[in-house]
Each structure stands twice: as structure tokens, then as C-alpha cells.
Design a protein around this ligand. Structure first.
Ligand code: FES
Length: 69
């Protein structure tokens, strides 16, 4: 889904930017150009970035599996 129409940035592009190391909105803007024109997408882009960051921070396995191993 397109998040930023001005720069043709999709939610996948945002997730990819996070996978490649973007950790802030400024870094996302540098990598994708998202929200660097009219700015109308800013709220949606930040929400998508936050969601991608949360998924990146989540452990690959539930902690309980590590505790019982
Ligand atoms: S829609 Fe993203 S900068 Fe315009």
C-alpha cells in the first residue's frame, strides 16, 4: 500500500528501510524520501515506521522457550 504518494513510498519500502537499519523518522526520510514533499503522509509514515520498529525489536522466539531450554 502506498504511504507517500509524492515519493511513491509503500509500507514495504518502510519495512525494508527498517530491516536495513533505519531507526528514526529522519533516517527513514533519508533512505526513502518519504514525507519530504507535501508532508501529508507524515502521520501514516510514522505509524508504519513504529510498527516496523516494534516488529524488529520483538524476539524471534518467545522468551518462555529460552527459559525452559
Ligand atoms: S504524500 Fe508524502 S510527502 Fe506528499
Amino acid at each position: 500500500m502506498y504511504i507517500c504518494l509524492c515519493r511513491a513510498v509503500t509500507d514495504r519500502d518502510i519495512r525494508r528501510a527498517v530491516d536495513e537499519g533505519a531507526r528514526s523518522f529522519a533516517q527513514l526520510q533519508e533512505r526513502t524520501g518519504c514525507s519530504t514533499c507535501c508532508g501529508c503522509c507524515s502521520a501514516d509514515a510514522r505509524a508504519c515506521l513504529d510498527e516496523a520498529l516494534e516488529q524488529t525489536a520483538a524476539p524471534a522466539f518467545p522468551a518462555v522457550l529460552w527459559a525452559s531450554a
